[in-house]
Ligand binder design. Structure first.
Ligand SMILES: C[S@@+](CC[C@H](N)C(=O)[O-])C[C@H]1O[C@@H](n2cnc3c(N)ncnc32)[C@H](O)[C@@H]1O
Length: 294
């Protein structure tokens, strides 16, 4: 029996040597996975038996090749839940949880808001909204067949999966003008930007958004404009270099008010938001002589 503490210390050294950002965290999470306990309970486990140690060593070796941790555990935490992940689908990132926070605040108090998650991937955004705002009717739009397989697996009957191009004017067009909230974490990294080895294992079309990173965002804005009811809200995640560009695109498009940009926990620009114009209240009709004589 190998004591847990010793095995984790040795694994941490291997992962550190491989350039992993938080080697001890990853070693502990993989140990917890193998031992079938929450990470916080590792201290009460007697140790690794031979089979468990072999499995742990294999996982650490794979992680040392920079295979994403979430591909090894098969899931990624996102807000209150875990979503199933693996090759073919983008691994949800913690910073996107802030976009969901913002979106939930926009629909607070509405009994049955209609919410659309464009570029849904695993469905992390859509599923979080469905779970955290009971009564919301949530649609998750995704166009990659590989990602759709993961999305359907995660979605169950909690959200409606829509296999479609999120930028196509025909997508969900029967709901045009009726949607309360559109959330979107599209591919937005400018082509050619160096990314860590783990990100290289996310599907390319999930990560890169053309020469300036804005190819998909440019086309999402008009689709969101079509979907939203007057007064409905849009939130789009973007690259940290886009803190001015995405709000500028929204202002230039017209038909939006309350355009602003929001930082992540590291205060990097992370998502832009805007509200679909509400029609101005109708002007009272000018009075005529008849108003005084009738
Ligand atoms: C950055 S990932 C985000 C996934 C998920 N929303 C999240 O936050 O974890 C972008 C996703 O958009 C999908 N995608 C890219 N272009 C799309 C398009 N035109 N229509 C629908 N989905 C698209 C990709 O396949 C990928 O799953």
């Amino acid at each position: 029996m190998r004591p847990v503490r010793d095995a984790i210390a040795a694994a941490t050294a291997v992962l550190s040597e491989a350039g992993i950002d938080a080697p001890r965290v990853d070693a502990e999470l993989l140990a917890a996975e193998v031992l079938g306990v929450p990470r916080g309970r590792l201290g009460v486990v007697r140790g690794f038996d031979e089979a468990a140690l072999t499995r742990f060593t294999e996982l650490i070796e794979q992680r040392a090749t920079r295979r994403p941790l979430q591909h090894l555990t098969g899931s990624a935490p996102f807000r209150l839940r875990e979503v199933a992940v693996g090759p073919g689908v983008f691994i949800p990132r913690p910073e996107t949880e802030l976009l969901v926070d913002w979106g939930l605040a926009r629909i607070a108090g509405r009994s049955a808001p209609v919410v659309v998650d464009l570029c849904s991937g695993t469905g992390a955004i859509a599923l979080s909204v469905a779970e955290e705002h009971p009564g919301a009717r949530v649609y998750a739009v995704e166009n990659s067949p590989e990602a759709l397989a993961w999305l359907r697996r995660n979605a169950g009957d909690e959200v409606v999966v829509v296999a479609a191009d999120a930028t196509d004017p025909a997508t969900l067009s029967t709901m045009d003008g009726q949607v309360d909230l559109v959330l979107c974490n599209p591919p937005y990294v400018p082509d050619g930007t160096p990314v860590p080895p783990e990100v290289e294992q996310d599907p390319r079309p999930a990560v890169f958004g053309g020469p300036d990173g804005l190819d998909v965002i440019r086309k999402i804005i008009p689709r969101a404009a079509g979907l939203l009811r007057p007064g409905g809200w849009l939130g789009i995640e973007h690259d940290d270099s886009h803190g001015a560009a995405v709000p500028a695109l929204l202002r230039a498009a017209g038909g939006w008010s309350d355009v602003s940009d929001h930082g992540d926990l590291a205060r990097r620009p992370r998502f832009a938001t805007a509200r679909r114009h509400r029609p101005a209240p109708a002007e009272p009709a000018p009075m005529t002589l008849a108003d005084f004589t009738s």
